[in-house]
Design a protein around this ligand. Sequence first.
Ligand code: GLA
Length: 475
Amino acid sequence: MGWNNWNSFGCDVSEGLLLSTSERLVSLGLRDLGYQYVVLDDCWQQESGRDQHGKLQPDPSKFPNGLKSISDGLHDQGFKFGMYSSAGEMTCARYAGSLDHETDDAESFASWGVDMLKYDSCYHMGRIGTPLISFNRFKTMSDALKATGRNILLNLCNWGEDFVHTWGMSISNSWRISGDIYDSFTRPDDLCGCDPNVLSDPYCIAPGTHCSVLFIINRIAAIADRSIPGGWNDMDMLEVGQGGMTDEEYKAHFSLWAALKSPLFLGNDIRSMPAAALTIINNPAILALSQDPHGRSVTRVRRDVGKDLPLDEWGVGEMHVWSGYLQNGDEAVIFLNAAGADLEMSCSLAEIFTAFGPGGSAPHVQFDWAVHDLWAHRMDDATAEAILAAGTAEERSALLKKANWYNATETPYADGLRNEDPRLFGEKIGVVEAGGVLRATVKSHAAKVFRLRRIAKEGAKFKGKSIDRVAKDEL
Ligand code: GLA
């Protein structure tokens, strides 16, 4: 979790931007919710390229004190520092790239105190086309980073090309699975030119730069289970707060990124943010899905397309149900409505628990489940307005305290979940009885996000044992 400048600032980067953003991340309580990485994307270099020793150099007008001073500043504030390069002769914005300079550049990153490298794939000199060619190109940097002795997270950014989901895990910590996100929920665009449903789409000549939230969700569906701790599918940075989507669309976008275990990099300007954006990105009950210690993504158990679903303004009409197991035995369930009208959605326990056995054979179907709505305790606008408007950091921290704000630096999500901290569990809104069906009305272009919690019934048995003696993960 962290922040990256690209979505809102593009090439307009500077020391001032990074340090004023990091201060604000602290005072708004976001660092302590887990947004720990501050990532400097493309365009940080001087335009003249490498120096006479072959080393990359920061642009002195953007970074007058160099990069080590930024990384020291961020570390002092409790952040980790991320930077950017490309496995090509140039970066995507045409600054010097790291291809064939991996050792030099890895040493520079280590000497600047970098904790994470986002590693792009522009201008790759044709070294692409089979998984092995791409694997080798990226592995050179992975090895060079390792050789520095500094622990540097590696985030591959080759937009899903050459089946990165099949080899990214071996050399990196995350890999982008699609072209760049843009600030739209469903709008198709020629600049996102792949078929989201076909991972090996031979006509995908352009993963692109205008991929909608729905496109990315459909792209990841077949490989959602590839994310495990230490190696994650990356759905790209967040657009929450940028202005192109509605509040419900942003909530849905954020919820799916969290439950699908994508890295969560905020992409908006933290220093001038609408209250509604703050109350989305600071919902601890949703963040607890992202940070669940089990570390497995929800997967899609149902997708309805067509079937008389009302179409939206882009001709899109579909709805999904996603579900997944959480460490404490709870089940995350998301109803996504990407159609043109509000829908009554429903899903049986048999379908929700398909991963444990299809056709209703999962033992989970035999239990009653309490249904918790994870958006029920969203921070109210007045509190968020007051936090954003507070004159000093002290005032702000008093307001956060008054709002009983969650602090993951003090209490990691794993502990909060184990101790049943109510801030991580939303609100109980009902029960689905054994063999029953979960139902909800879901607005157009919105998601409902639930945590199902098993209700232990007195005297109930499972495989001959009293239910209270069955560990939740035996189920
Ligand atoms: C590519 C990446 C983006 C961003 C830009 C920078 O498009 O996918 O996330 O890093 O390059 O130029």
